[in-house]
Design a protein around this ligand. Structure first.
Ligand code: ATP
Ligand code: SF4
Ligand code: MG
Length: 372
């Protein structure tokens, strides 16, 4: 990673809202798939996006790759705003960003030969003659551990792992700088998953790729990634180097998500409660902190104010008003810096206000009912 260069990709205030189901006698609801997300993808790193189903991982990945137009916000590729690039430059940029899909069977055209599937992006981007395309496709098939003669066959003749290798060869055909793997191994047998993970890591170091990986399997994430962005209801709640996150997650949602993972370090926190309840609907996310309906540490401020994603020790960022207290109360190793004076004032105000309203409610409840 080169600190002097801008990040390879950067999302700034990205949102993607979809039209949801039409309400009875009303306008369609709005699905807030991604809501005001900012993050940087550094050159050469593997960044994982994790979170429950529906948290917006795939949508964020597609926004970053310019496969979708954001409702708001910008994507910067090597420091330049993609939306303002001239058409020719935007086309050239598409070569630099490749995608590997979850279901290798659905993403490969069953009527095309493997050589044509892999060769199609080469034709689109380089317009090579058919024989040169075939030669390049053969080379790519060898790169991903298949044989050149596999090019004459069709996708249904291959196993799941081999089909994913074909998908990866196709993604590599335009010589991308960055690959997005959207659940690249979750449709595969466990025995094959490790082979594909190893292949992606090998390709990353051979070609100097940057990887963005969406994955459910925490073992895959721990093995592959340098940093992890934890998403909840369309927002990033924690962004951290992988070891720091797995040893000592700071956000209550990350703690719940990782509660099933064994903790190797005796110093690391162990009291992690599994998460209760379902993820709320993205059409009607809770106000304030979106996790407040499920959070064991919820306080009045959480229901009203969205916690900003703020810097925490060890190159992390966390979006929780009370991460300092939560980290400080556990058996963790983090030395928590004091909260800002502005936050402390805001908190005191909220707590005072909620105590007043609780007292008013109690007084009302104690009043004798007025029977007429
Ligand atoms: N094209 C679309 N139209 C309407 N809603 C959509 C569309 N694509 C995604 N959504 C909704 O946006 C939200 C985020 O979806 P997304 O696929 O990004 O989540 P995800 O984290 O990738 O989930 P999964 O782990 O199940 O793949 C979900 O509520 C989903 O239903
Ligand atoms: S802001 Fe409040 S509700 Fe949200 S995670 Fe932190 S403690 Fe829980
Ligand atoms: Mg997805």
């Amino acid at each position: 990673m080169n600190a002097a260069l801008p990040p390879i990709l950067e999302g700034a205030g990205l949102s993607k809202h979809f039209a949801g189901r039409r309400r009875l006698l009303g306008s369609p609801s709005v699905v807030r798939a991604v809501d005001d997300v900012s993050l940087r993808v550094e050159r050469g790193e593997t960044l994982a996006l994790v979170g429950e189903s529906g948290s917006g991982k795939s949508t964020l990945g597609r926004l970053l790759l310019d496969l979708m137009t954001p409702t708001a916000g910008d994507v910067l590729y090597e420091g330049r705003n993609i939306a303002s690039l001239p058409k020719a430059e935007a086309r050239a940029l598409r070569r630099d960003l490749g995608i590997v899909f979850q279901d290798p069977f659905a993403s490969l055209n069953p009527r095309m030969s493997v050589a044509d599937i892999v060769g199609e992006p080469i034709w689109l981007h380089e317009g090579l003659a058919r024989s040169d395309r075939k030669a390049k496709a053969a080379e790519l098939l060898r790169t991903v551990g298949l044989r050149a003669e596999h090019g004459a066959r069709f996708p249904h003749e291959f196993s799941g792992g081999q089909r994913q290798r074909i998908g990866i060869a196709r993604a590599l055909a335009s010589s991308p700088k960055l690959l997005l793997g959207d659940e690249p191994v979750s449709a595969l047998d466990v025995s094959v998953q490790a082979q594909i993970v190893n292949l992606l890591e090998d390709l990353k170091s051979r070609f100097g790729l940057t990887l963005v990986v969406v994955a459910h399997g925490l073992a895959v994430i721990r093995h592959m990634s340098d940093r992890v962005a934890v998403m909840y209801l369309g927002q990033i709640v924690e962004l951290a180097p992988v070891d720091a996150l797995f040893e000592e997650p700071l956000h209550p949602y990350s703690q719940a998500l990782l509660s099933s993972v064994p903790v190797p370090s005796p110093r690391a926190r162990r009291e992690r409660a599994p998460i209760d309840g379902d993820i709320p609907s993205a059409t009607c996310p809770p106000p304030g902190c979106r996790f407040h309906t499920r959070c064991p540490h919820v306080r009045p401020l959480c229901r009203e104010a969205r916690p900003p994603l703020e810097a925490a020790p060890g190159g992390r960022s966390v979006a929780c008003h009370f991460w300092r207290e939560i980290a400080g109360a556990g058996a963790g190793t983090i030395v928590t810096p004091p909260a800002s004076a502005a936050f402390t004032r805001r908190l005191a105000l909220f707590e005072a206000r909620s105590q007043q309203s609780e007292a008013a409610n109690a007084a009302r409840a104690a009043e004798p009912a007025n029977i007429t």
